[in-house]
Design a protein around this ligand. Sequence first.
Ligand SMILES: Cc1ncc(COP(=O)(O)O)c(C=O)c1O
Length: 374
Amino acid sequence: MKYINFNNAGSSRPFSGVNSAISNFLDVEKKYGGYFATEKYQEKLNGFYNNLSRLINCRNEEISFSSSTTLAWNIFFNSFEISKKQNIIIFENEYGSNLIYFKKQNLNLKIVKINSNGKVCCKDLKKKIDKNTKIVCLCHIASQCGERIEVERIGKLIHSINPNILFVVDACQSIGQIEVDVKKIDCDVLVGSGRKYLRGPRGTGFIFIKNSIRKKLKPLILDLKNTKFSKKGLKVSKANIFENFEYSPALKIGLSKAIEKINLLGIKKIEVDIAKKSKFLRKKLERFNHITFFENIEYLTGINTLRIHGYSSNQLYQYLLSKKILTSISSCSSSSIYFKKKKLKDVLRISLHQYNTFDEICYLIKCLIDLIKK
Ligand SMILES: Cc1ncc(COP(=O)(O)O)c(C=O)c1O
């Protein structure tokens, strides 16, 4: 029996065709060397922008390829000044690495409540936005809790209060599993990773920067790719502004292939399918009082977190591993605010993807029931 991957929120199994697209390119590199190989593959490399812009509904030049969400996040925040007077608004589901950045920079943070039903407390958000609010950052789906946040509603609300506030969306866990449309969300910046629900290779990600805010940004790393010398001084490129000269074309081609597959399948279909699978899991286990799930069933995505009375998350993880089921543990480090509020040390995370079958989910359910009945 093969291992079943229910750690898609960590890293999913790449789509078929992704690894071969990468190795085909590496073979070309082997034959010609890296530079001529990229010349030969220029069209395929440009395909990355076509595929991603189609998926998130933006323009090609608004995208920069990156190696991870965290890198994209950091290069964005390092590209403009935030004064001590200004504030940044985040929410109670904020991701650990993003929190580390804010802490390191000692930025003036305000944290908006997420209600116990999984919805953003709009009253609290309205109260916290003031004339010094520069940025609002929101995780579309958190790493440690799979409730789907209504980013479209929040985007509209923020910009109706002040159109100059930058709305930054962390789509690391949502991209590839639910619709992410930057126009509908009305966001200025959006970041995501390739290895999770997009089913691309590790070491890939991207950042979207809305054309209209580009002039406000001064990329931290300037080089021959994004900058030219001109008589008036340095001229930063208008397109793909956070890209530098050196990167991995093989991985970019792999990510492009994965996004092409998502576009072919249709994100709406994937979204419905994943939610159906999570709902199935929840319904089959709802009669067992020993199990506590932490997501509101109304806002389910592929990420389901739970605890089972009498077992630690590590015991659950090890037990499922012995049954060849891969899951993960989310703990305080992934979101200190969330775990503190919930008064939890950790939870077991089961993250389903579309490629997971109902048979696999039934096997998981059987293993969990066997454990409870022991
Ligand atoms: C919500 C969220 N944001 C950001 C990240 C960081 O992504 P990366 O590890 O690709 O930098 C993660 C990783 O799991 C995440 O879940």
